[in-house]
Design a protein around this ligand. Sequence first.
Ligand code: SF4
Ligand code: SF4
Length: 447
Amino acid sequence: MNPEKRVSRRRFLKSTGAAVVGSGMITGSTHTDASVVRPQKAGIREYRRLGRTGFEVSDIGFGTGNLDNANVLAVALDLGVNYLDTAEHYVNGRAERTIGEVLGGRDRSSLFITTKINISHASVARGRDSKEGIKERFRQCLARMRTDYADCLMIHLTPSVALVAHEGFHAAFEELKAEGRVRFLGLSNHGMQHAVYGGIEESMEDVIGAAAQDGRFDVALFVYNFLQKEQGERLIEACRARDMGVTLMKTDPVGISTILGEGLEGDLEAGRQVSEARERIVRDYMRWTEAAEEFKARHGLKTEPEVRDAATKFCLDNPGVHTVCATINSFDVLESFMALSGQRLTEAEEPVLASYAGLLGPFYCRHGCGICEPACPWGVRVNDILRYGHYFDAQHREKQAMRKYAALPGPGARGCMDCEGPCESACPYGVPARALLARAHLRLTMA
Ligand code: SF4
Ligand code: SF4
């Protein structure tokens, strides 16, 4: 985040008109009834029925993939956010514990909390994903969140159609539901997860589509954005036909800040001998930079948030979308998303997105794609690495992205810099994957 855009807690509360009553914020794990922040001007302006759950959820949901700041979450809830998306492993369990810090003293029935549990072919084979194992892990989720129940339990990043119908998971869910520990069933997918979770992989459309057909799922979480809209729109329609709740992630594919005003070629070339392959990478960077500059000049834009906001509004425009799960862990990000609640894409913004798609769309690696990966003789996980690069550059989740990259099995993108790049000819979107991979490797290793 641009330093001058940083928003302190005090400035944020002032700017939103939120008034701190009493001592106000959470300190450590303590949250008293006196710590109430009342929204007066800004906050959630629209609620949507989450499919057949019947729950009216805020159009901006709170994604906790990076959450460790209880004060930010507390203010978000006070501003009317009532959909929380979490998972057992987010921030190694800390995200759920942070939710637990904030729930005390609040009306639990006013919130819809979704948590997720991973199952994979590898762990199924090891017997880790038995019915009892899943029930126990779910109980630990509840304990971390200090709540008696979750509104929805999802299969996290469901890796295949076969696991959509995983017997142990469904049996665990039914028993937990009968015990009053969970109300609805869901699943998430953002594409192939082979590298991290093992097993076979199928596309997001295969997996979410199978869940809609299955009929037992109440809520789905998947990728939809203006650069990747056809598949998402088909899934939204499949969910609508079953009256399933639709929640979204990765609604913002915009990452132009990384290339605005930077001499990218310097990242690669400082002190290094220039091979032909590297020269081509630099040329791709130059193309990228020029496209970004043209885009900026055409629309008089100075910052990435202007485009990012339009990208979110594009998703909110779709009535089949119920909540956009924004990853929030700071007051400045919270402020930017609160301003978007109830908003629609304006006539002036539509051509901006179209122009972005035309000029910079070719530099965006589609989430959950992986089409080019079989073309790589070294088995590089192109899609995973470029997603981590996006976490690093566009979502400002640097540490998390670096940890994920370090944990990725296989060769990583170290060799991409000097490769001829057969993966690029396999990409139907014309993504200059080598240049993006080389840059991602440098960023993710701080090389
Ligand atoms: S640039 Fe070469 S090494 Fe890197 S993913 Fe593509 S084919 Fe594989
Ligand atoms: S580079 Fe192209 S083919 Fe490869 S994963 Fe990204 S979008 Fe798909």
